[in-house]
Design a protein around this ligand. Sequence first.
Ligand code: HEC
Ligand code: HEC
Ligand code: HEC
Length: 110
Amino acid sequence: MKKIYLSLTLLAFITLPLLATAGDTGPETMDLKERFKVEGKKKAVIFPHRQHQSKLECAKCHINPQGGGDLNVEIVNMKGARNDFHTKFCWPCHKEMKVPKGRSCSTCHK
Ligand code: HEC
Ligand code: HEC
Ligand code: HEC
C-alpha cells in the first residue's frame, strides 16, 4: 500500500510540471518594445511569434528545446541601430535563412 502511494506521488511530481509546460506556446504576437522596455523613436516591433514557430524549431531561439523561458542569446544593448536584437538575434537568422526583406526597416518597424 505504502509502495503504491509512494509511486503515485512520484508519478504526480514527474508528470504535473510536464503537463503544466507542455503546449505552452506563448503569445501569438509580442510588442517587443513594450516587453523589453526599449526606449527610442522607432515604431514598436510586433514580433509574429506564432508564424516563426510554424517555420522553426523552438530551440532556434530558446535554450529549452520545448520553448519558453530564456532566449539562446542575451539581449543587453537595446539602444540605437546596433542593438542586440539586430546584431545578435533577428538579423543573423534572417540573413542566414535569406528571409525576403529580412533586414529592411519596414519589415519589422511598422
Ligand atoms: C528583423 C527585424 C528588424 C529589422 C529588419 C529592423 N529592426 Fe530595428 N529593432 C528590432 C527590434 C526587435 C528592436 C527592439 C524592439 C523595439 O524597439 O520595438 C529594434 C530596435 C531598433 C532601434 C532602437 C530603438 C529605437 O526606437 O530607437 C533602432 C534605432 C532601430 N531598431 C532601427 C532600425 C533601422 C534603421 C532598421 C533598418 C535598417 C531596422 N531597425 C530594422 C528589429 C528590427
Ligand atoms: C524566432 C524565434 C522564436 C522561436 C522559433 C520561438 N520563440 Fe518563443 N519567444 C521568442 C521571443 C523573442 C520571446 C520573448 C522572450 C522574452 O520575453 O524574454 C518568446 C517567448 C516565449 C514564451 C514566453 C511567453 C511568456 O509570456 O512568458 C513561450 C512560452 C514561448 N516563447 C514558447 C515557444 C515555443 C513552445 C516555441 C516552439 C514551438 C517557441 N517559443 C519558438 C522567440 C521565439
Ligand atoms: C532563428 C531564425 C529567426 C529569428 C531569430 C528571427 N526570425 Fe523573423 N523570420 C524568420 C523566417 C524563416 C521568416 C520567414 C517566415 C515565413 O516565410 O513565413 C521570418 C520572417 C519575419 C517577419 C516577416 C513576417 C511576414 O511574413 O510578414 C518578421 C516581421 C520577422 N521575421 C520579425 C522578426 C523579429 C522582430 C525577430 C527578432 C526579435 C526575428 N524575426 C527573429 C526567421 C527568424
